[in-house]
Design a protein around this ligand. Structure first.
Ligand code: FE
Length: 337
């Protein structure tokens, strides 16, 4: 009797066991705290739900309050994944102890090593280049060369910059310090300040509008802000110049994410992070904000490809975080506000 029972029960048990993961996936959820805006993440989370059945719930805010919130919530936090922009912010999150190191052969394969944390606490998901923008009416590209060359006297009264309070510029200067040393970087930044045509701007778009208005001729911006303006005005008399092509390459930064230290669903968070780096998510992730996919196997969108090929700086982006405090002090000494 016993053998007959086990003969019938075994396949039934196997069927039940094979059904179990589907049952447990039903109603599964993962929480994301994101400084990326809702319209840039929601389409992906909807796609994730369709593909896996897992619901992604999220909170959006600016990066510093979100990091402070995860820290303050401690073991009670709902955040499983923290998503933000700029390696400077991701490095800070790692440094604050709100992320946990993970081992992921999938991320190792999908994300180039200079665009993720060596300890596995965060990984890049898209690439943005911080390049030179210029007036096509008043500047020839042959006059441009590098970030440092914007310190030349010929740009006196012709340069516009965004505020040094923005992490994008802190990261740019932090990386310059690593390549050029503090002394040469400070000389360069002081000369930029002397060349300024106007007070610094609160964002990259206002800077480009100042060039369009004839207040200045050149500036430094993230490529997707240029892309947004170009989408509104296809005949925009502005263009992107890729600096430092003869040496270290264009400064690139990332948007990215990391699994939180005390989230309730660390495995689900890791799966979502890995999925975001996969080909099926990458083209959407990058093209939603006119950025470059971090996964080299994925093609960039048509409008982004139209800006041309460039050599990117391949220094590990974590230097943006490691040198951030020194960069802020340097910019202060150079009177870059
Ligand atoms: Fe931005």
């Amino acid at each position: 009797m016993r053998t007959i029972a086990s003969h019938f029960l075994k396949p039934i048990l196997l069927i039940l066991l094979s059904l179990f993961p589907m049952v447990s996936a039903f109603g599964e959820e993962v929480w994301v705290y994101s400084s990326r805006k809702e319209h840039l993440i929601k389409p992906l989370f909807d796609q994730y739900k369709m593909e896996t059945g897992v619901s992604v719930r999220y909170v959006t805010d600016k990066a510093p309050p979100l990091m402070a919130r995860i820290k303050a919530e401690g073991r009670n936090t709902r955040a499983d994944l923290f998503m933000t922009v700029d390696a400077g912010n991701l490095w800070q999150a790692g440094n604050m102890g709100i992320l946990q190191p993970i081992t992921s052969p999938i991320l190792d394969k999908n994300v180039p090593s200079h665009l993720r944390d060596s300890e596995g606490r965060w990984a890049g998901l898209s690439i943005r280049a911080r390049a030179i923008v210029y007036s096509t009416k008043r500047v020839a590209p042959s006059e441009l060369k590098s970030y440092e060359s914007l310190a030349d006297d010929k740009w006196k009264g012709r340069l516009c910059l965004r505020t040094s309070k923005k992490v994008y510029n802190q990261s740019l200067v932090a990386v310059m310090m690593e390549h050029l040393g503090a002394e040469k970087t400070e000389e360069t930044i002081s000369a930029w300040v002397k060349n300024l045509a106007t007070p610094v701007f609160s964002n990259d778009t206002k800077l480009m509008e100042a060039i369009l208005a004839g207040q200045c001729d050149v500036g430094i911006v993230n490529t997707y802000y240029f892309g947004r303006l170009q989408k509104e005005q296809p005949d925009l008399p502005l263009a992107i110049f890729w600096p430092n092509q003869a040496d270290r390459g264009v400064h690139v930064n990332i948007s990215g994410a990391g699994v939180t230290r005390y989230g309730k669903h660390p495995q689900a968070a890791q799966k979502l992070l890995e999925w975001l780096s996969s080909p099926s998510a990458q083209s959407t992730f990058a093209s939603l904000n006119m950025e470059y996919p971090v996964n080299p196997a994925v093609k960039k969108s048509k409008e982004v490809a139209a800006w041309g090929e460039f050599k990117a700086d391949v220094i590990n982006v974590d230097v943006a975080g490691r040198n951030q405090a020194r960069a802020i002090m340097l910019m202060d000494r150079a009177k870059y506000h």
